[in-house]
Ligand binder design. Structure first.
Ligand code: SF4
Length: 278
């Protein structure tokens, strides 16, 4: 407080010196102190400085959203190019038995990106992520807590093809399994590129496999959730850290209603992050 007062006093003295020399001109540009003639005290100067800072901050936000809008077509094109590679990929054994590669869906400018472990039966059949009962629950959570719909966010998985217990029978139900470490290591670069293109504000890994992958840890989801982490990968051109807020997989919520309260808490964390960045 004392330091701030000293600074303001110095600023006021500088302003008075300028005024004495009769060099006073109104300055309209944001980010600079506007020496309006009604400044008569340190308090006036502090208020004026605060006003100019808030104008500068509003301009920065406007510029950011203008920049993001302009970048959207380029991002879409990069995602489309990447999708073509995924659709023709046979990089690991999952590619031999899938019905459809499940690339990901949503806004190229999404601020929230949900990440699951891999497609299941329904996703393999429809080529879209989170389309079964789990997906419907995810939609409800997004709408209720975040006030967002599917086109507002981006949804993707670590591996893009359906990991099956019995790969010879993609039509069998209860045939899902988590992806193996080898499958993840071959496929991960697609998700990492999606993150580099979209540059979301926050990644929300759904379930243990996705949380462990993004946070590079062996700790389970029940210990990881409820906190905000930094995504540690380098994103060229990005001068902020992408945040990670892990939560339970919606399929786990369908099996165990007791997890709903924690999931709601995690989504509130996401919402507060969104609000604070607006
Ligand atoms: S899971 Fe990934 S690496 Fe394996 S075939 Fe599908 S897209 Fe290629």
């Amino acid at each position: 407080m004392k330091r701030e007062l000293k600074k303001l006093t110095r600023d006021l003295a500088a302003w008075l010196a300028v005024q004495d020399e009769n060099l006073l001109e109104p300055v309209e540009r944001a980010g600079q102190v506007s020496f309006a003639t009604n400044i008569e005290s340190v308090e006036d100067l502090a208020a004026e400085t605060e006003k100019n800072e808030s104008i500068a901050s509003a301009e920065k936000t406007l510029y950011q959203s203008y920049k993001e809008r302009n970048m959207e077509p380029a991002k879409k094109m990069r995602l489309e190019n990447l999708k073509e590679k995924v659709v023709s990929c046979r990089g690991c054994p999952l590619g031999a038995h899938r019905l459809n590669a499940v690339f990901g869906t949503g806004s190229a400018n999404a601020r929230i990106m949900f990440v699951g472990e891999g497609p299941g039966f329904q996703e393999d059949h429809q080529g879209e992520p989170f389309v079964g009962r789990s997906g419907q629950l995810l939609d409800r959570i997004m709408e209720t807590v975040l006030g967002l719909n599917r086109p507002d966010v981006y949804i993707a998985n670590i591996v893009k093809c359906h990991p099956m217990k019995n790969p010879e029978n993609p039509e069998a139900h209860s045939n899902d399994r988590p992806p193996s470490a080898d499958e993840i290591s071959v496929c991960r670069h697609y998700l990492e590129e999606q993150i580099r293109i979209i540059q979301p504000l926050c990644l929300v890994p759904l379930g243990s496999v996705a949380a462990k992958f993004l946070l590079k840890t062996d700790t389970g989801i029940s210990m990881l959730r409820g906190k905000i982490y930094d995504y540690e990968a380098d994103i060229p051109g990005l001068d902020r850290k992408i945040k990670i807020i892990p939560t339970y997989h919606p399929a786990a919520l369908l099996r165990n209603q007791n997890l709903k309260r924690d999931t709601w808490y995690d989504m509130k964390l996401v919402k507060s992050l969104l609000d604070s960045a607006t």
